[in-house]
Write a protein that binds this ligand. Sequence first.
Ligand code: ARG
Ligand code: ZN
Length: 885
Amino acid sequence: MRTDTAEPVRLKDYRVPDHLIDKVDLDVKLRATATQVTARLSIKPNPKGRPDTPLVLDGDGLAARRITLDGVDLDLASGFVTPSQLTLTSPPQRPFILEIETELDPTANTRLMGLYRTGHAYCTQCEAEGFRRITYFLDRPDVLSVYTTRIEAEVSEAPALLSNGNKIAEGKIDGTSRHFAVWSDPFPKPCYLFALVGGDLGSIHDEFVTRSGRRVALGIYVEHGKEAFATYAMDALKRSMAWDETAFGREYDLDVFNIVAVSDFNMGAMENKGLNVFNDKYVLASPATATDADYAHIEAVIAHEYFHNWTGNRITCRDWFQLCLKEGLTVFRDHEFSSDMRSRAVHRIADVRTLRAQQFPEDAGPLAHNVRPDAYLEINNFYTATIYEKGAEIIRMLKVLIGDEAFAKGMDLYFERFDGTAATIEDFISCFAESAQRDLTQFSRWYNQSGTPLVSVTAVYDPAARTFTLDLSQSSKPTPGQPTKEPFVIPVELGLVAGEHGDLKLRAGEEDGASGVELGRGIIELTTPRRRIVFRDVPVRPSPSLFRGFSAPVRVEYDWSESDLVTLVAHDSDSFNRWQAAQTFATRLLLRSVEAVRAGGAPAYEPNFIDALRIVTETSADPAFTAQVLTLPGEADIAREIGQDVDPDAIHVARKALRAAIGHDLSQPLLAAYARLEDKGPYSPDAAAAGRRSLRNVALDLLVSGEIPEGVRLAAAQFASASTMTDEIAALGALSQAASAERETALESFYQNHAGDALVIDKWFALQAMIAEPGALARVKKLTAHPAFSLANPNRVRSLIGAFAAGNQTQFNAPDGSGYDFVADAVLELDRKNPQVAARLLAAFRSWRSLESVRRGQAESALRRVAGSPGLSPDVRDIVERSLA
Ligand code: ARG
Ligand code: ZN
C-alpha cells in the first residue's frame, strides 16, 4: 500500500523494465488463515533495459517466510525485504531463479484484492495491482510470463481447483485429506491476468467447437444449487465465442474456458486468461429472479470478458495509462455484439443514456480526466466511465470517420502486428492511420484532452436562393489541469428533414475554404473551431437532424423550433434522432418548469410535446423504442443540463409533474398498449419479448404517476400475479411512487417472497433507497441494520448506499446536509475494510460544485470532514482531494 504522501505516477516517466520474468511457477497451499505461496521466478536482465540496476519487486502487505537465489538462502533479517518491497541491489547479470515463500491470510482480506475468501471459495483478483498481495513481483503489465500453478487444498473444503490455461495434472496427496491440481498457461501474460480459485462449487459444462475445429470445454462454477441459474450465461458465452469469429475473425486459443461466479467482488467481472471471475450478479438469472435488464447485462458482461481474450490478454497494455486500449476497445466490441443480438437502434439509445448519465457528469466535474490519463495516484480510481464508455465512443467515432472497411482492415492489422505484446494507444491508432491512409494525429486529441466538447449550430434558410446554411462551432470548457483545448475532429452525421417528405438529398456548395465534405454518407467533419456549410437546392426550410446515431460524444446546441422537434420525432429516418428530438423537447420543457417552480409558479405544460409522444405511442411498431421515447431524461441529466445553481427539489417537482401530465393525457393509448402487450406463452429473454414488457411497464408507471385509478389497480394486480422479476419489480416500483399503506405491505411481501436471495434483496434495497421522500434517509439507515445487509459485500453497499447517493437526487442532496453526512460516514467506515469500494462511493459527490449555494456548502463540509479524517486510504484520499481541488 502506498502512503499518503505518494507522488503521482506519470506517463512521461515510463521506462521499459530493466528485468524480465520469463517463467513463474507457483505453488499455493490453500488454508483459511495461513495460505502458503511459493513463487519460483525465472528472472533475467532485459536486454532493452538499463544494465546493472537493482531489482525491485512490488509487494503489498506481504510476509516473506523464505527467499532463495539460485537455491541459496537470503538472510531475511538483512532488510532487503519489507511488506511492500523486495530489493536486490546488485542482482546477477544473467538469468537466475528467485524463489519466494510468502504466507497470506485470505480470511482477513476484506479489500477483495489478491487472494480472498468468498462464500464457499477462495478466489483471486489481481487487476490492477493485486498480484503483489500474493507474492513479490514486477507488478506491471509489460512484464509477460508463462505460468504454471499448482494448487493444493482440503478435498472437503475445495473440491474444485482452477487456474489459468489447461489442467496438466491432479491427484490426492497420500496420507492426507488434501488434493492438488496443476494448471499450465502457455500464453505469456502480465500478472494482473493471473487467477486461481479453490472451492466447493456447483458447475455446468458445455462445449464450443471453434471454426478451425478446436474443441473447447466450457465450465461455469456457481454456488451449489444455483447451477440452473447459469444456463443463460453459458448460452451468452457460446454466442460470444461464435460472434467474435465472424465479426472480428478472433478464435479462442485454449482447450478450456472457465467462469466462476462469486458473491463478493469489487467490480463486474475479470478477464483472467481462461478463467474469468465474475460478480455473480452478472452470471445468475432466472425469469423469476432477474429482470430483462439483468439478462441484457449478463449477456454484455459475459461477452465483454470473453472478448478481452484478444483485446486485453493476447494484446495487453504497456502500462496502466493505456487502460482504455483494452477497456474502451472491449466495451466497443461488447456494444457491437449486443447490437447484433438485439435491436441496434434501441441499443444505441440505451448506450447513449448510460454515457450521458455516467460519463458526462464525470467530464463536467472535478474528477474529469483524459481517456488516456497522464498521471494517477491510485490506478483503481481510473476504472471509470471515461475510460470505458468514452473510450468506446472514440473507437466508434473512428469507425464512422474512416468507414467500415478501413476500420476492419485496421483491426486485422492490430491483431496481426501486436499479438503477444503490451501495446499503446499510439500502436493501435497507427494501424488505422495505415489502413485508412490518413493522418490521425488530430483525432488522437480525443485521448489526451478531457471534457465534453460543445458543438453550437445555427442555421439560415434562404428561400429565394434555395440555400440552407449551417454554421457549426466547437468549444470546450476548462477541466482539471487543462485550461484550454485544441479543436477535436468531430464527425457530424446529419440529414435535412422536410416534414413528412423525409430526408432531402444533400448537395453542398461553397463552404468557406474547407474541403473534405463527404455528403454521400451525410458526414461532415468539424476539425476547426468553426465551419460553415451551405446546402444547395433546398426546396423548403428543413429541420436539421444533427449527430445522427450520436456520431460524436459531444453536447449539441441548436435552436430547433417546436415544430422542428415534432417533425423529427415523427419523420426522422434516423431512429436515434427521433428519440433524441423527444428528449430535447422534454429537456427544454423541464428546464422551463424548473425555473417556474423555483419562482414559486406551476410547472410548464406543453400539449405539443404530449402530442408528439402520443403519435409515437399510437403508431410505432417497436415497443422497446416507444418505451425509450416515453422515458424522460433523469433528474441528474436535467441537473447537468442546468449546470449551475442546481436545485434538485425543483427538478424533481418539474419532472414528476411532466410524468403525471403524460400519464394523465395519454391514459387511453397507454392503457391500450398495456392490454395489447400482455405476455402470452412461455417466458423468453429475447429482445422482442423484453421490449414488449418494457413498454408495458413504462405505461404502467406513467399511469400510476398520472393517478389514473385503473393504473393503480393494474399495478397492484400485476404485483400480486407477476411471473417474472421484470414485471414484479416494475409493479413494486410503480406502487412505491407515493406513500401509502399498500406500498409498505407490498414491500414487506416482496421481502417475504425473496428473503435469502441476496441478488433479489439488492433490488429491494435499491428501490427503497431511491424513494424520493424525506423519510428515505431514515429508511436507508434502518436498512443498514437489516440482517440481509452487510458493509463487507460490495453488491449490498452499492444497492443500498450507492443507490441512495447516485439515484436519489432529492434526498442525497437534502439541504440540511443529512444525506451527505450519511454517505461520508459510510465512506469512512468502509474505507477501513475496502478502500476501492469506498472511493467509488465517494465519487457520488462529483457534481457538488454545480449545486445551489446551501447544498454546495453542505457538500463541501462533508467532503472536508472526509479529507480531514485520519488514516485515509490512498484511494479515498485521491478522490476527496481531486473533488475539493
Ligand atoms: N478488467 C476488468 C473488466 O473488465 C475490470 C477490473 C477492475 N479491477 C479493478 N481493480 N478496478 O472489465
Ligand atoms: Zn474490461
